[in-house]
Write a protein that binds this ligand. Structure first.
Ligand code: GCU
Length: 712
């Protein structure tokens, strides 16, 4: 990641009044005063953020508006079913708002201006417009959109072989208008790169959300399902609009939360209700029960996976669930991890545990997502453990088991190397778990746009033949992405208006990991905040630079885990010495084979060699792999200790600039969201200064080496 120059940031956001400095400027909240309101008309009406990127505001560009109005005036629906109805409703209301004109529905194409929604089997227009083989090759979730001539005018046909594809095509068409794209000669064909595009909610039945920063659960309250269908419909629309097709509505920590008895039959009615609300948007329902459910719910004395009564209990439970919800998705299981029970308790392997549950679901087409997040059971280097446990099991998992692996080997740190299990389990379905909710990346206070981080993982080679993570996952029958979503019942869902960009980006990348970061960013900003160039440019810069900025003032050089235990928000480096290996002389975890934990050799040989050597290890991961003296010189010529000092000051200083850049948007966006985000930046200034002072102070005291820069 290229460093962000202060001058570059200033130029992009136009904060010229402060230009001219170099790195190392001091920061204080006092510097963050708005530098004056930019010229703008009356601000638009207040918004609470609830509509997310589905706001569908009237197109303001008059040329575009009249082109769109003449291309789109009515809808023809040539397919049936709930998902097609959702697509038609979304198009009718979305187009009406975007174009400021009524969109009528006709029984057939009667003239130009039609938007036809149809499936190959049901729609004569689709059958006439597309070659059936080509359309079929896109699959039931894929879609094609084409403009065809009709007399002197044109019609637009949105087609698929499946109802889900029609729904995704409808959202894609709306996105074209939301982003101001030309729609008069469309010829688009898309299908998702990954079959698994899932959101995992760590929601508890009592309404609390583990690592959620946007309020209480949208699914559960006081032990039962939340009754407001409108909230669920709004959620399902947003999820479907980015291609999400599976949602797990309960916390992976099933046993230690209020979810112990999740599989009690008394809960079935709630699950039916939730499945009914998600189904019209192409989303299958998953839940995360405890591995010990045969005991906690079934009253058996054991949960041993080879026990006949245990196996029969899971089978009976699955039969019951599928009788109630025939398209039920299946289970997400956290086992033998952080206190959750699992097969290892009974001397069995993870494969035995997963396969036993998978057998119960298999008759019904259900899936088991089995998490590989296991540590604290063997090797003192936590990063090594899941590889050690899972690689010997490759090939022994059932075909409806998917091993779900976090992007890195530790725990959603601001930067970690890619998890070595990717590339090491060719015979097992794998899904990559990313954390959308910003547990370790500022929660709902700090701006940290994770799309650039995720892109670096997706593009990272995981085998010696250069296969990138994104290529690998799309090869599996059930491969793809699961995102830990922090959506809650706050009006704005995430607790920070800009944080929803992460949810948006997650879905878009799960659909197409090849999408450019800049495309995703703009696709989110324009529908969410409008097309004013000042707004688009400013928010783009803020988002684009926010991850490296967060890294700079928290944990540069791949050190990681400097936060407090518990809520993971504040700096507390003193309690983390066992992972940072910081002492009076140096810092960093030696994970080489030559002298350290040997973690580096969990990678394919070519990749292992890179990490084994200090000179070839990327510097942004230096301290993840190597223990170095504070005086070790980086390629920049700086010592490690001076780099730590400088990055913390630079990062925190940049947050002050963010706040000033945001201040310039007053009048360009609605006052409510303007002020709410301004408040967030004020909080981030305080938080980043706290991180800076705490980390700099800690290393200064520990090393006894003075900062060579005089800070103002
Ligand atoms: C992290 C997080 C926990 C979570 C766990 C997991 O450790 O802090 O809240 O339960 O990850 O992914 O299972």
């Amino acid at each position: 990641m290229s460093r962000i120059s202060r001058r570059g940031l200033l130029q992009t956001v136009g904060v010229v009044a402060l230009a001219g400095g170099t790195v190392g400027v001091s920061t204080s909240v006092g510097n963050a005063a708005p530098i004056g309101k930019a010229a703008a008309g009356n601000p638009p009406p207040d918004e609470d953020g609830h509509e997310l990127w589905l706001r569908y505001r009237l197109i303001s560009d008059q040329t575009l508006l009249s082109a769109y109005r003449s291309a789109v005036s009515y809808l023809v629906v040539e397919a049936a079913g709930a998902m097609v109805r959702s697509a038609a409703e979304e198009l009718t209301s979305g187009l009406r708002s975007l174009l400021g004109q009524a969109i009528r529905t006709e029984g057939s194409v009667t003239g130009p201006g039609a938007v036809v929604l149809g499936t190959l089997a049901a729609s004569p227009v689709v059958a006439r417009t597309f070659q059936s083989d080509k359309l079929k090759s896109l699959g039931d979730e894929g879609f094609a959109i084409r403009t065809t001539g009709y007399g002197p005018g044109r019609v637009t046909v949105i087609a698929s072989t499946g109802a889900a594809g029609v729904l995704y095509g409808a959202f894609a068409f709306l996105r074209l208008l939301q982003t101001g794209s030309a729609i008069d000669h469309l010829d688009i064909a898309e299908s998702p790169a990954n079959p698994v595009r899932m959101l995992d909610h760590w929601d508890n039945l009592d309404g609390s959300v583990e690592r959620g920063y946007g309020g209480q659960s949208i699914f559960w309250s006081n032990g039962t399902c939340v009754t407001t269908p409108s909230r669920h419909q709004a959620y399902a629309r947003a999820a479907a609009s980015i291609g999400i097709n599976a949602v797990c509505v309960t916390n992976v920590n099933a046993n230690r939360s209020a979810n112990k008895k999740l599989l009690d039959s008394a809960r079935d009615a709630d699950l039916v209700k939730l499945a009914d609300r998600l189904r019209p948007y192409g989303i299958r329902l998953f839940i995360s029960p405890s591995f010990a459910s045969p005991m906690t719910v079934g009253g058996l004395p054991t949960a041993d996976p080879v026990n006949h009564a245990v196996r029969a209990w899971w089978a009976k439970t699955a039969d019951r669930l599928y009788a109630a919800i025939p398209d039920f998705g299946g289970f997400l299981i956290k086992a033998d991890s952080e206190g959750e029970p699992g097969p290892v308790t009974y001397g069995r392997t993870h494969a035995q545990g997963a396969n036993m549950i998978a057998a119960a679901l298999n008759n019904h087409g259900g899936l088991v997502f089995w998490r590989a997040f296991v540590y604290g059971v063997g090797d003192p280097d936590r990063a090594k453990e899941s590889y050690e446990l899972f690689t010997p099991l490759d090939g022994s998992f059932a075909s409806n088991v998917i091993v779900q692996i976090k992007n890195g080997p530790v725990d959603f740190q601001v930067r970690e190397p890619i998890h070595p299990l990717f590339g090491a389990m060719p015979h097992t379905n794998l899904t990559c778990e990313l954390e959308i909710t910003q547990e370790y990346t500022g929660q709902s206070t700090d701006l940290c746009y994770l799309v650039p981080q995720w892109k670096t993982y997706l593009d990272t080679p995981v085998t010696d033949d250069g296969t990138r993570l994104r290529d690998l996952l799309s090869r599996y029958r059930h491969g793809g992405f699961a995102g830990v979503a922090g959506f809650g019942d706050d009006a704005d869902w995430t607790g920070h208006h800009l944080a929803a960009a992460n949810a948006y980006g997650f879905g878009r990348l799960a659909w197409d990991p090849g999408l450019d970061e800049s495309v995703i960013t703009e696709e989110w900003i324009r529908p969410t905040f409008g097309t004013d160039p000042v707004v688009v440019e400013t928010i783009t810069t803020l988002l684009r630079t926010s991850w490296p900025t967060y890294e700079d003032y928290t944990s540069p050089l791949g050190l990681g885990m400097l936060c407090n235990q518990g809520d993971h928000f504040y700096p507390e480096p003193r309690v983390r010495a066992s992972t940072t290996h910081a002492d009076a002389h140096g810092v960093g975890y030696d994970r080489t084979r030559a002298t350290g934990s040997g973690y580096s050799h969990e990678y394919a040989p070519g990749i292992a060699t890179i990490f084994e050597e200090i000179t070839t290890t990327p510097e942004n991961l230096l301290l993840f792999f190597h223990h170095v003296p504070y005086t070790y010189r980086l390629k920049s010529g700086k010592t490690v200790i001076q780099h730590i000092y400088d990055t913390h000051y630079d990062g925190a200083a940049r947050v002050v600039l963010y706040s000033q850049a945001w201040a310039r948007l007053e009048g360009h966006i609605d006052q409510r969201r303007f002020h709410e985000v301004a408040q967030k930046f004020a909080g981030q200034i305080t938080h980043s200064a706290l991180w800076r002072d705490s980390i700099v102070g800690y290393f200064n005291k520990l090393s006894g080496i003075a900062d060579t820069v005089k800070r103002r």
